[in-house]
Each structure stands twice: as structure tokens, then as C-alpha cells.
Write a protein that binds this ligand. Structure first.
Ligand code: SAM
Length: 426
């Protein structure tokens, strides 16, 4: 119990209230239950067959010294976070008194103070920088991965923060062969109290070992991330009264989940994207992202034999309209259903050519790709076009076209050094 010696106005309350809380937790540990929501109601389960702590050992020490290999079913932890609190300094306040009573019984109490250097935290007094913290959390994750069974699970809390720290965490998890499989927001009043932060949620991140990530193209991942973010926001806005910042934290967690399925295998214009780059993009996507006509078209192509139902579903979460897609000659709908057009279609080709060649009209990258494909098939010169266009943007799109259609020519016509397999095409 860490009461505030200066009174109860600030801190976690009176000694009596904390004593009651401790009693409640001991009672709970002796007869634990679980709670879950069913049909909108909170339901409490039957008592567990075993009490908490009946088969447990408490060990004190630097967790990086754990040498278990493939032994643990689960690691559930609440790790330190950058310079949020220097726990060892806070703990010394209590430690020096406990030492007097306990040093003859527990060898952990032989030292004058609690361990400083082993504490994973940014600490200017010890010249421990943010980079040191990130490195040490990485070491901790690697120990956890080694200790876990292959079908084990890691669950831990993480504070909402800037894109850089999220990027570091995501990179570290992915580099240690973890995939994020779920994220849950938790209300953290303490966080507000400590940081005076407007955001009142932390996230519980659930990650599992993986050695199998699927390759993909950035445009496909981007479409999935935008959709995931929108679905998450819609569900949250419908069901709960949350501040926009809080929704953002939850959206971000879901988007990271999407990315971690593909870490190290996301192709963008011939390069592999780094986690930090994706995190920056996710930040942008959460604030403002478009799913335009080209995105919907690519989604439909990916479904191979898409129907008008599929089109309507996609349009519901997009910024595109069916009219505009028809104007662009990307599709047609009639009584027989949905017809998707491609570069071979005369009307589509005429539209692309006109958009590219008429000054003051804005040709899309898809117009350029379709026109170029026609020129390539006819053995014409592509140089005059390519010199004027943004090559990366075009390659990004062609990588995705190749991936969703399984047609490698979209890559060949650009001389792109990437294969269908590397892009995760079926
Ligand atoms: C966010 S706090 C956990 C607080 C805890 N959940 C509670 O309610 O009291 C992070 C903890 O990690 C501990 N820690 C820091 N470096 C460590 C290391 N190398 N090995 C084990 N624990 C460490 C800190 O001392 C601190 O107690």
C-alpha cells in the first residue's frame, strides 16, 4: 500500500480505503471468478476451481535473467514505460523500512537500496536514455519469446503515446517474432492522475509467437488499415460515448494488428517498409484518409468475381461513388450484374488516354497504369510517359494491380524488381 503521507487530497485515498481494497483482493484471490458481457449484461462466472496463488512462486530480480526456453503458457505483464515513473527511486521510500524487518529472512533485502541499473527506465541520473530504454525493452521481449511455448501468449499494458514510441514497440515486437492478435482499451484513471493527460485509455496488447508472415503490397495493406480504422470508429461511435482521442488510441491498436501480420514483407515501390514508416502512415490514416474509386476498384478486382452486393458494401465505407466509377469506365452494372473493366476494354482505354493526354484534366495513377499497359502490349515506347510521371506512385499501384490480378506484366512493363510471390499474390 502506497499511501500519500501528505494527506488524501491527492493520491489513491485514505489508509482505511486502501486496507479495504487489499482485503477485497485477498478475498477475491481465494475465490476468483470472471466477468463477461452477454447480451449487453455483465455476467459473473462460477468460482474457479483453484484459488489464485495456490501454486505460485514469487521471485525478485531482473526478468532478463530468466533462462526458461519454451516453458511458459502465458506471460502477463505491466512493463515500465520510458520515464513515466522511476520505480526504484519510489520503492526506496518503503524499502529502507522493510529492510529493517526483513533482511534476515530474505536475501533480496541485503542491499542498501533497490536495484537502479537493472531497472528498465529512462533515467537521466544514470545517463539512461530513451534509446537505452527501447533497447532494454527489446531484450525483455526476446527473453519472453524464448520462455514462451510456440502456442503461448503474451499480454501486456501499454500507454498511449507518440508515434515514435509506438513504432519502436511495434518494431521490437515484430523483430522478436510476435504478431499482435488483439488489443483492448482499458480505462486508466491513474494515467490521467500521473500525466494530466486528456487520453484516458491504455491498451492491453495481446501478442503471440509467429514465424509465418504474409507478404503484401503497401496499397493493399493501406486499404485494409483504412477499412479497419473506419469499422472500429463506427462501432465505437455507435455504442459508446468516447472522446475522439480515445477512439484514436483504439483504432491505432487495431491497425497495428493488421500490420503485424505482414511485418518485414510489405512492399512499397520496390522497397520493404519499416514498422516506423507504417506507424507514421497509420497516424495519418487515422486523422484523415480517403478510400477513392481506385481503392474500391482494386478491392473488387481482388475478389475476382465481385457482385453488385460487394460493390455496395465497399462503397458504404469509401469516399468513392458508383457514378464516378462508371464515368471512369471502371465498371458497369446491368441486369446481369457487375462487370469490371480493365485496360483491354475499349471504353476504359479511351477514358485513360483522354485523361492522360488532355491538359488540365487530372489523370489518376490507375489511368496511367492502364494506358501504359496498352502501350506495352502494342510494343510502343513508354519512355515519353515514364519521364513525366512519379515512378514510385506508379510502381506502388502496379505492384497492387499485379498482386490482386496475379498478372505479372504490370511489374514487367515497369522493369520492377519484385515477384508476384513476394507480393503475396495467389
Ligand atoms: C508499470 S510498473 C508495474 C506496476 C504494477 N502493475 C503495480 O500495479 O504495482 C513496472 C514495473 O517493472 C519493474 N521493472 C523495471 N525493470 C525491470 C526488470 N529489469 N526486471 C523486472 N522488473 C522490472 C519496475 O520496477 C516496476 O515495478
Amino acid at each position: 500500500m502506497e499511501g500519500n503521507v501528505w494527506g488524501t487530497e491527492y493520491g489513491t485515498g485514505t489508509f482505511e480505503a486502501m486496507w479495504e481494497m487489499t482485503l477485497r483482493s485477498v478475498k477475491y484471490a481465494n475465490a476468483p471468478t470472471d466477468r463477461y458481457v452477454e447480451d449487453g449484461e455483465t455476467v459473473e462466472s462460477d468460482e474457479f476451481s483453484m484459488s489464485i496463488g495456490s501454486h505460485s512462486t514469487v521471485v525478485q530480480g531482473d526478468m532478463r535473467n530468466i533462462d526458461a526456453e519454451g516453458e511458459y503458457d502465458a506471460v502477463i505483464t505491466d512493463p515500465p514505460y520510458y520515464d513515466n515513473i522511476i520505480y526504484s527511486e519510489v520503492a526506496d521510500y518503503f524499502y529502507v523500512w522493510q529492510k529493517i524487518l526483513l533482511e534476515d529472512e530474505y536475501e533480496e533485502f541485503q542491499y542498501d537500496k533497490t536495484p537502479r541499473a537493472e531497472s528498465i527506465v529512462t533515467n537521466p541520473y544514470l545517463d539512461k536514455t530513451e534509446a537505452d530504454f527501447e533497447h532494454e525493452i527489446g531484450e525483455a521481449l526476446s527473453v519472453i519469446r524464448r520462455a514462451l511455448k510456440d502456442d503461448g501468449v503474451l499480454a501486456f499494458t501499454y500507454h498511449h503515446s507518440d508515434s515514435e514510441s509506438w513504432g519502436e514497440l511495434l518494431t521490437s515486437l515484430c523483430q522478436n517474432d510476435f504478431e499482435i492478435t488483439a488489443t483492448y482499451p482499458i480505462s486508466s484513471d491513474l494515467n490521467k492522475f500521473i500525466g494530466g493527460d486528456a487520453v484516458s485509455f491504455d491498451i492491453v496488447i495481446v501478442a503471440r509467437p509467429t514465424d509465418d508472415r504474409e507478404p503484401t503490397s503497401w496499397r493493399t495493406l493501406r486499404r485494409n488499415i483504412v477499412r479497419t480504422a473506419r469499422e472500429t470508429r463506427e462501432t465505437l461511435e455507435e455504442n459508446r460515448d468516447l472522446a475522439s482521442g480515445d477512439i484514436g488510441v483504439i483504432e491505432m491498436g487495431k491497425c497495428f494488428q493488421e500490420y503485424s501480420k505482414h511485418h518485414g514483407k510489405v512492399h512499397r515501390a520496390g522497397e520493404i517498409m519499416e514498422a516506423k514508416e507504417v506507424v507514421d502512415q497509420i497516424y495519418g490514416i487515422i486523422q484523415d484518409a480517403d478510400l477513392g474509386e481506385t481503392d474500391v476498384y482494386l478491392d473488387l478486382l481482388e475478389q475476382r468475381s465481385a457482385t453488385t452486393d460487394d460493390l455496395n458494401k465497399l462503397l458504404r465505407r469509401a469516399d468513392a461513388t458508383q457514378d464516378r466509377m462508371e464515368e471512369m469506365e471502371l465498371l458497369d452494372t446491368d441486369a446481369t450484374g457487375l462487370e469490371l473493366r480493365d485496360w483491354r476494354d475499349e471504353d476504359r482505354q479511351a477514358h485513360a488516354k483522354e485523361a492522360v493526354e488532355t491538359p488540365d484534366t487530372t489523370a489518376t495513377t490507375l489511368d496511367r497504369a492502364h494506358l501504359l499497359r496498352d502501350v506495352y502490349e502494342q510494343g510502343g515506347s513508354r519512355r515519353e510517359y515514364l519521364d513525366d510521371w512519379d515512378h514510385d506512385e506508379l510502381q506502388e499501384l502496379c505492384e497492387d494491380l499485379a498482386r490482386v490480378t496475379g498478372d505479372e506484366t504490370y511489374l514487367r512493363m515497369l522493369g520492377a524488381d519484385v515477384t508476384l510471390e513476394e507480393l503475396g499474390a495467389d
